[in-house]
Design a protein around this ligand. Structure first.
Ligand code: ADP
Length: 352
């Protein structure tokens, strides 16, 4: 994996910056789970499964930029983890025939981190910043003029010796990804010409994703097995992939086969304590807590404290899917189990 420097100082320019990756079509990112090259990540928008409207509007914007020989406007993707935000940033770079520099806002602590990165960008290159809501105020302010006018206003020295200098940088496209749109300041949000929400996937799309990856993993999957895996994937491709890999392990090691049947999926899910709706122990603990307190709606922090979980994890990983299933209601007074959630929970109790 190529790593580049983003340092301001010329003499430091050969020193690699931690966590920064350049990704081009010849240099694909790693599978985060296995740290192996992910040869099968979609390489163009046509291979990206689902979200047709989003792909069409991106394709129009990309083709228009290519036609005008301009760089693409800045793009902001928001949605839960694992829905394809990073993948889309890499696809945009491929479609624009350029490379993508990948970093995370938590690595851009000091002004020189972002300045060095911006100075190192090539014409029309994509800069992908994951978790962009975590950028500190100073870094955001540097980005404002860079995004709008491709300009850096730098100051050096202190008190009387302060000097300011303007440096123009190459035109680039910033692709930001966030799970917390509300935490992004308005001036930052306004600088993105394209702002797209990535929704949870339908079971049909997840099934297609499962078949797409099973071919690369060298396993056969029966139709019903693909459907069950898709239904258990919480609307999220990353979870679909993880369940597929764990089911493959189960099939190969316990059943000595390369063909995944519906029965193998059921056994592999049972083994991982995941039910056919994709709910795991954390979801059940959450529902159980609401069930026991259902006469008084509960605040997120109270639930997190009672379960010993991180409130952000509950808000961005656990709750969206339970809300989508209609099991949980968000009322002005707090979270509450819906009648559907109560029914599910009663069934669960009967089966224990
Ligand atoms: P995010 O950046 O939103 O957390 P990623 O882009 O890392 O999500 O996607 C997680 C995994 O799911 C990756 O392996 C990616 O290739 C796969 N994936 C996500 N969306 C799709 C899709 N629409 N089609 C095919 N694979 C997808």
């Amino acid at each position: 994996m190529a790593i580049i420097s983003s340092s301001l100082n010329e003499s430091e320019s050969s020193r690699p910056q931690k966590g920064l990756r350049i990704v081009g079509s010849e240099n694909l990112p790693e599978d985060r789970e296995n740290k192996q090259p992910l040869f099968n990540r979609p390489k163009n928008l046509a291979e990206f499964i689902g979200h047709d409207e989003l792909k069409t509007s991106l394709k129009i914007a990309i083709d228009a930029s290519l036609y005008r020989k301009e760089c693409l406007e800045h793009v902001l993707f928001y949605g839960q983890p694992g829905l394809g935000k990073t993948t889309l940033a890499l696809l945009i770079a491929n479609e624009m025939n350029t490379t993508c520099k990948v970093t995370n806002a938590s690595l851009l602590e000091r002004p020189r981190d972002i300045v060095g990165l911006l100075l190192g960008l090539k014409q029309n290159e994509i800069l992908f910043i994951d978790e962009i809501h975590r950028l500190n105020k100073l870094t955001q302010e540097i980005l404002y003029s860079a995004m709008e006018d491709f300009r850096l206003d730098l100051t050096a020295g202190a008190n009387k010796g302060t000097r300011s200098r303007t440096i123009y940088i190459k035109r680039f496209t910033l692709v930001g990804a966030t799970t917390k749109l509300a935490s992004i300041s308005n001036p930052m949000r306004d600088r993105f010409g394209i702002c797209q929400k990535i929704e949870l996937y339908t079971s049909k799309d997840l099934q297609e994703i499962i078949f797409y990856y099973s071919a690369f993993l060298g396993i056969k999957i029966e139709k019903g097995a693909g459907t069950l895996l898709a239904k258990s994937s919480r609307g999220t491709p990353r979870i679909a992939l993880r369940l597929l890999k764990r089911t493959r392990d189960f099939a190969q090691v316990i059943r000595n086969t390369n063909t995944i049947s519906i029965e193998i999926v059921q056994s592999a899910l049972n083994y991982q304590k995941i039910d056919d709706k994709g709910l795991d122990q954390t979801d059940r603990k959450y529902l159980d807590f609401l069930f026991r307190n259902n006469n008084s709606p509960m605040g997120l922090e109270a639930i997190a404290a009672a379960l010993g979980e991180d409130s952000s994890m509950l808000e961005f990983v656990v709750e969206p899917y339970l809300l989508q299933l209609g099991f949980v209601l968000r009322t002005p007074r707090g979270r509450k189990l819906s009648s559907l959630g109560e029914k599910y929970f009663n069934e669960l109790q009967k089966n224990i």
